[in-house]
Write a protein that binds this ligand. Sequence first.
Ligand code: FES
Length: 107
Amino acid sequence: PQITYVDHDGHQTRVDIPLGENVMRGALYNGIEGIVGECGGGLSCATCHCYVDEDWVDTVGGPSSDTEAELLEAVATELRPASRLSCQIEITSALDGLIIHLPETQF
Ligand code: FES
């Protein structure tokens, strides 16, 4: 599925990410800055914060667990309704075309 990452300056990068991967690893594998993913997807760092594009919020849904919801409280930039931890967004065929906005910083 194709995922588009939009950085804080509005620069867009579209990449193809294999099914079963997640939005955090998709960014790292493709050299996209703006996602750090310090804990490697272990749901303990909150440096993979992203904003799901408003057109995709309903499809992607909210935090996948209480732990994600709690960790979101610790993100470095503004917490918004569309905030997610990108390591918790699994790539499925339903997400083909997904647009992800990257925060200015993860620290
Ligand atoms: Fe650490 Fe997502 S990579 S919480």
